[in-house]
Design a protein around this ligand. Structure first.
Ligand code: UD1
Length: 429
């Protein structure tokens, strides 16, 4: 185990390059293995450990997956042969369930472990399974696995419950090689869904309407590999926006699609931050103290649940009371750690009431999930003294070169290996 040490209190200044979108990359890497001709070469793939896990899953299923010297990811799916995904790999990450759509489409059968609960609450895959069933798959749940068979998946009209991102993507993957047309109603509209659809179309799929509530996928006989570059990560960009905001910083984010961050930008402007949109960049200039804001998380284009924690962290030091309602996941466990740093937060069911305090103090804290890690780092950047973030591996699942990027902006951040005994000492203190 390692920890991140942050000596807070310095405004972030300078420019930082935003990486490729993790959530797009995870789906596109799996979708690339649909191709039975040629190879896909993917650019702008971020180097978090979740990406490593999805590459391992594909290799285990028989695909060839490798990074070249220019950091481009090559994927050849021709030799995919195994329909059972490994429990040890799938349990690490929920997005590995995309392998179910891939295997059903390519091999007509899939045995994929059901992802378990995680630190942000119960995260079932019942919507995915309902979709596969509607496409003609016979599905059984046995011994913690989804076992599905379908000689030929068939197009179907499917209502996607709660506009689920994962379900929309998994069904697009499965439907691309199905017989006939699949219509997804109430589809997710997230930019990552659109990115996957553009990639699939490049490979020869016929996906129309991605980014709207209705997506039509006409199945085709085969797909071929292509070169593709992943969109910038709006959640990483948002995390740096809030980090700059809480420290009273002045930061230029490079390689950003501002359109993907419309609501977070509006909320930051309400908080008193000046945001200037450039061609491919965003400049954020923050005041000494933020104003409070009220936010409700919503599916895209609403305020993303993945930025709820960074927002709450930033509001801990605002000049007044903010109310944040979380509607997508059960995602407030991390506030206990923020309280240990002096934050005044009350949670009731899905709502957090954050009363801004004049300052936060450093403390050893424990990262419980990816975005909680981002929130604690943001709090640490503004806190007085030396904050120790334990469990930094969780943060590194989805943020590439996090400490390096913060250092580039002038923050005092470094990584330290910690052993179990140290962690016990921290807990006892
Ligand atoms: C994806 C993102 C995650 C983001 C989330 C919402 C990836 C790898 N992860 O997660 O970062 O926070 O979208 O924007 O892209 N649900 C069910 N049954 C299902 C599927 C979903 O009940 O079969 C529920 C979930 O518990 C949640 C809601 O539907 O309450 C939306 O979840 P979903 O959009 O599917 O999230 P993920 O795709 O898992």
């Amino acid at each position: 185990m390692s920890r991140l040490i942050i000596e807070g209190g310095k405004p972030l200044k300078g420019s930082v390059e935003i990486s490729g979108a993790k959530n797009s990359a995870l789906a596109i890497i799996v979708a690339a293995a649909l191709a039975t001709e040629g190879e896909s070469v993917l650019e702008n793939i971020p180097h978090g450990s979740d990406v490593g896990t999805v590459c391992e899953i594909l290799r285990d299923l028989g695909a060839e997956v490798w990074f070249d010297d220019d950091n481009k990811l090559h994927i050849r799916g021709q030799n995919l042969y195994k329909h059972q995904a490994s429990y040890d790999l799938v349990r690490k990450m929920r997005a590995s369930f995309y392998s179910a759509g891939l295997l059903l489409a390519r091999l007509g059968k899939a045995e994929v472990p059901l992802p378990g609960g995680c630190a942000i609450g119960s995260r079932p895959v019942d919507f995915h399974i309902k979709g596969f069933t509607q496409m003609g798959a016979e599905v059984a749940i046995e011994h913690g696995y989804m076992k599905a068979k379908a000689e030929n998946l068939k197009g179907a009209q499917i209502y996607v419950n709660r506009a689920s991102v994962g379900t929309t993507i998994n069904l697009m993957i499965a439907a691309s090689l199905a017989e006939g047309t699949t219509i997804l109603e109430n589809a997710a509209k997230e930019p990552e869904v659109v990115d996957v659809a553009i990639f699939l179309n490049g490979m020869g799929a016929r996906v129309r309407g991605a980014g709207t509530e209705v997506i039509r996928i006409e199945g085709v006989d085969k797909l071929r590999g292509i070169e593709y570059s992943i969109i910038p990560d709006r959640i990483e960009a948002g995390t740096f926006l809030f980090a700059a905001a809480i420290t009273g910083g002045d930061v230029l984010l490079e390689s950003v699609v501002a359109e993907h961050l419309r609501v977070p930008i509006v909320k930051l402007e309400e908080a008193g931050v000046i945001i200037t949109r450039g061609d491919n960049n965003l400049r954020v200039q923050a005041p000494n103290r933020l104003k409070p804001v009220d936010v409700e998380t919503m599916p895209y284009p609403g305020f993303p649940t993945d930025l709820q924690q960074p927002l709450v962290a930033a509001m801990c030091l605002a000049d007044g009371t903010s109310v944040v309602r979380e509607t997508i996941f059960d995602r407030f466990r991390y506030v206990d750690e923020l309280r240990r740093m002096g934050a005044d937060i009350k949670t009731d069911q899905g709502t957090a009431i954050i009363r801004g305090v004049p300052s936060l103090t450093s403390a050893p804290v424990e990262i419980t999930d990816l975005r909680a890690g981002a929130a604690l780092a943001i709090a640490g950047l503004a806190a007085e003294g030396r904050t120790e973030l334990n469990g930094v591996e969780i943060l590194e699942r989805g943020y590439e070169f996090f400490a390096d990027k913060l250092r580039q902006l002038g923050a005092k951040v470094y990584k330290e290996d910690s052993n179990i005994d140290d962690r016990r000492k921290v807990a006892i203190k």
